[in-house]
Ligand binder design. Structure first.
Ligand SMILES: *[C@@H]1O[C@H](CO)[C@@H](O)[C@H](O)[C@H]1NC(C)=O
Ligand SMILES: *[C@@H]1O[C@H](CO)[C@@H](O)[C@H](O)[C@H]1NC(C)=O
Length: 259
């Protein structure tokens, strides 16, 4: 997504709008590219559900702590996990840190178990939230504040994202088409895109080398699937590396698809 925006367009936008987010460069953890964000209240155009493939992320993780989903041995993530539910503009930019209350973790305490399982951080670093404080991974979801009134509040944000994730199960869909985690097989990008398109609309796929890093699904404001706008930044043949838990060598390979 970011790669398809030219810096020039972004700078022009920033100049036009003149209002910069107080955290203009959001430091997503997990080594994601820094994204330049423009903060203003123009209503967004569509939702993007970003899913990450732990098999790819966890290969680069060196440090363990209890929160890190890469360190859970055979209880590690079974397939794609949630990265975020973002509000995007059709031109490839997106708002962040819109006006709204600060992230308050007590509001989502009821969801902690599900979030830990399906929306784990894959690192040990603390995430910065809109108002500059550092804390839980989920606090870096600055996007929810820009999704009002389609998303009413913090609790609504996390439950909506979880329900889309349950309803549009990419891991299951890919498995049914024969695309399974493997350290030896590579699959045609176009085949994967077509398979997902049939069920959920055209996705956006990002890779590290040929390893799938994220698959993103797009939704309209009624939370119905729609095609994503930006093409995938992957080679013609891609892989889904098997999740290997960090620091637990004896129990290292969790066989998600065969367990
Ligand atoms: C998605 O499908 C996989 C494979 O069938 C299953 O293991 C997993 O629990 C499902 N995820 C959700 C969130 O339902
Ligand atoms: C993946 O699909 C195969 C059939 O192709 C099935 O036997 C297996 O249970 C599926 N695994 C999961 C986790 O859904």
């Amino acid at each position: 997504m970011a790669s398809s925006i030219s810096i020039a367009i972004l700078l022009t936008l920033i100049n036009l709008i003149g209002i910069l987010c107080d955290a203009q460069l959001v430091n997503f953890n997990d080594g994601e590219v820094m994204k330049s964000l423009v903060s203003e209240q123009r209503e967004f155009d569509y939702f993007l559900l970003s899913l990450q493939w732990p098999g790819t992320y966890c290969r680069t993780v060196k440090k363990c702590c209890s929160q890190n989903g890469c360190c859970r041995g055979s209880n590690g993530p079974a397939g794609f996990t949630i990265h975020g539910l973002w509000a995007d503009y059709n031109d490839g930019t997106w708002p962040s840190c819109c006006n709204g209350p600060q992230f308050d973790e007590t509001k989502i305490a009821l969801l902690f178990d599900e979030l830990n399982t399906y929306w784990p951080t894959l690192s040990c670093s603390k995430s910065s939230s809109c108002h500059g404080s550092k804390g839980l991974f989920w606090g870096h979801e600055k996007h929810g504040t820009c999704e009002f009134p389609y998303i009413k509040d913090e609790y609504d944000y996390f439950t909506k994202a979880l329900s889309l994730y349950f309803k549009y199960n990419v891991t299951e869909m890919l498995n049914q088409s024969g695309y399974v985690a493997s350290n030896s097989d590579k699959y045609p990008l176009q085949g994967i895109i077509s398979a997902i398109k049939k069920c959920f609309g055209t996705p956006e796929i990002t890779c590290t080398g040929d390893a799938v890093q994220e698959i993103r699904l797009c939704f309209n404001k009624n939370f119905e699937p729609q095609d994503c706008f930006f093409s995938s930044s992957c080679p013609s043949y891609i892989s889904f590396p098997v999740y290997s838990s960090v620091g637990l060598e004896n129990d290292g390979i969790a066989k998600w698809f065969n367990a």
